[in-house]
Design a protein around this ligand. Structure first.
Ligand code: NAP
Length: 508
């Protein structure tokens, strides 16, 4: 389904366009806005769903909100003076993204219902062929904006298929299922679960909370933004920019614990005080106390999770899950926790990107073949042997301390810089030199070794199947912005335009 037609059609029905963006979430929308601001219009955004918004469309579980202040978790080039709260809830974030699409006239660039199933680079035509469940595209430039937190993980628990109750994942919340009066198992105690547990606890008759590892939790300090402040932001936009700058600076300081274990241990005192203030039962408190260094897993913010867990209808189960049977969840001690529904808050395929086996580079190898279980990229954005391919929020661009939207913006500027370089040099293809990429990746992993994520004594989704941290950036946002600001020409290999190359509706 397409909302407008961009590009040209070949006789075969394959459509040609200059740039294909895969994914219409935060990153894809940001890329599209900046392309339009550069007067580049020959692009489409292929979106597998039927609406924009990505993970902020799909995660509609009760209590879903961002744990980074909205004024910082939004685009600098699309400020929103109307945020209702410091940490705005999911419906508002999704509405913000839909408004960005409308205000920047992006609807005509969206093609919905197109799940990308294969992309291959052709070195003769210097183009990507992108095959989706609905059609085929050819493009000079491919931007993967499909998000690291878009595909949920359901653990393979023995017997799960025999369970006769209701099952769903928090990222695909079943709003039609009435939880009132039900006995519910929640599996997982990560960022998602700690937001929906307090919302469902008053509804259910019994909540069995299966906790494998307790998270570190800090007070949230959320507030409604008063009307006068919104008016101020609306009428004097510089005031909201000043707030954003202050939040940016404050969060840069919050990076310290991730590099310095001594600072992390100091911060633990604050988190333990929060736990003591909210949980009086020493046995329950002991269950909820982490044994790894703060920051090793994502630090969570909540004022209502601990109080919910202390309610009489909640039991925290720390015994490992052995299996599932028709009527409930069986733990390693042989006990069956009889339930009507199981809700998985078990996270996403962040280090095992579902698209990796379907993206084929110049030599015919896929990203999955190249990465062999451990994604890596030059500056998290480009990949040797995969010309004209860009990742937004690619390998090692995640953060523990600030807004990833700042990282996305920096990457978008890098992409625009590379496109400009191609134009200046009349190049048909560009990719990082293999030695430059390998130098960058080695340096990155040396730096990561000193961080709490690698050495804090926990096992988190930041580490991939090989044990390497392929998700996070080991410095401040400022350092990333400086690193990727302008493409280092010597690190890139440019190929002249081939005469056989066919471009999209307009030239590269
Ligand atoms: P997550 O942080 O990966 O948490 C998954 C939870 O499920 C963990 O408690 C994990 O235990 C548990 N788990 C996984 N497999 C299990 C199994 N087989 N048996 C028992 N327990 C199992 O996932 P998430 O909560 O969905 O959050 C993922 C990321 O999304 C966050 O880190 C954050 O970046 C983002 N997020 C952000 C917000 C926000 O406010 N901005 C909100 C939600 C999510 P272990 O800890 O032992 O592995």
């Amino acid at each position: 389904m397409t909302t407008g037609f961009i590009g040209t059609a070949e006789a075969t029905g394959t459509r040609r366009v200059r740039i294909v963006i895969v994914g219409g979430g935060f990153s894809g929308i940001g890329m599209a806005i900046r392309l339009r601001q550069q007067r580049i219009d020959d692009f489409v955004i292929l979106e597998r769903a039927t609406d924009v918004g990505g993970t902020w469309r799909d995660n509609s579980y009760p209590g879903c909100a961002c744990d980074v202040q909205s004024t910082l978790y939004s685009f600098s080039f699309a400020p929103n003076p109307e945020w209702s709260r410091v940490f705005s809830p999911q419906p508002e974030i999704w509405a913000y993204l839909r408004r960005c699409v409308a205000q920047h006239d992006l609807a005509k660039h969206f093609v919905f219902g197109e799940d990308v199933r294969g992309t291959a680079w052709n070195d003769d035509t210097q183009q990507w062929t992108v095959t989706t469940t609905a059609s085929q595209w050819r493009a000079s430039i491919l931007v993967m904006a499909n998000g690291p937190l878009s595909d949920p993980v359901l653990p393979t628990l023995p017997g799960l298929d025999t369970f006769t109750g209701h099952v769903f994942h928090s990222a695909r919340w079943d709003h039609a299922y009435d939880l009132r009066g039900k006995r519910v198992a929640v599996i997982g105690t990560g960022a998602s679960a700690i937001q929906f547990v307090p919302k469902i606890q008053p509804l259910v008759s019994q909540l069995s909370l299966f906790q494998r590892t307790p998270p570190w939790i800090m007070p949230r300090h959320d507030n409604a933004i008063p009307a006068w402040q919104k008016t101020l932001y609306r009428t004097v936009p510089a005031t909201q920019r000043a707030t954003r700058a202050a939040l940016y600076a404050m969060r840069e300081v919050m990076f310290l614990p991730f590099r310095h274990a001594a600072v992390a241990r100091l911060a633990q005192h604050g988190a333990l005080r929060h736990l003591r203030a909210q949980v009086s039962d020493p046995a329950l408190r002991a269950m909820l106390t982490p044994t790894y260094t703060l920051g090793c897993k994502r630090v969570l913010l909540s004022d209502d999770y601990y109080p919910a867990v202390t309610r009489p209808n909640v039991s925290v189960v720390t015994e490992a899950i052995a299996s599932v049977r028709a009527d409930g969840v069986v733990t390693a001690d042989g006990h069956t926790h009889a339930v009507d529904a199981i809700i998985f808050g078990t996270g996403f395929r962040a280090t095992d990107p579902p698209a990796a086996p379907f993206v084929f580079g110049r030599s015919g190898a896929s990203l999955a073949d190249t990465w062999r279980g451990s994604p890596s990229a030059y500056m998290g954005t480009t990949e040797a042997d995969f010309p004209n391919l860009f990742f937004l929020l690619g390998p090692n661009t995640g953060l523990g301390h600030s807004s990833v939207m700042l990282m996305v913006e920096a990457q978008i500027e890098h992409v625009l810089g590379v496109l400009a370089l191609m134009q200046q040099r009349d190049a048909g293809a560009i990719e990082p030199r293999a030695d430059a990429q390998s130098r960058y990746v080695s340096w990155l992993h040396e730096q990561l070794a000193a961080t709490v994520w690698n050495s804090g004594g926990c096992k988190s989704w930041y580490l991939d199947g090989t044990g390497r941290n392929s998700t996070l950036w080991p410095f401040t946002v400022t350092r990333f912005r400086k690193t990727v600001a302008r493409p280092i020409v010597a690190d890139y290999r440019l190929s002249p335009k081939r005469t056989t190359a066919v471009t999209g509706g307009s030239d590269v």
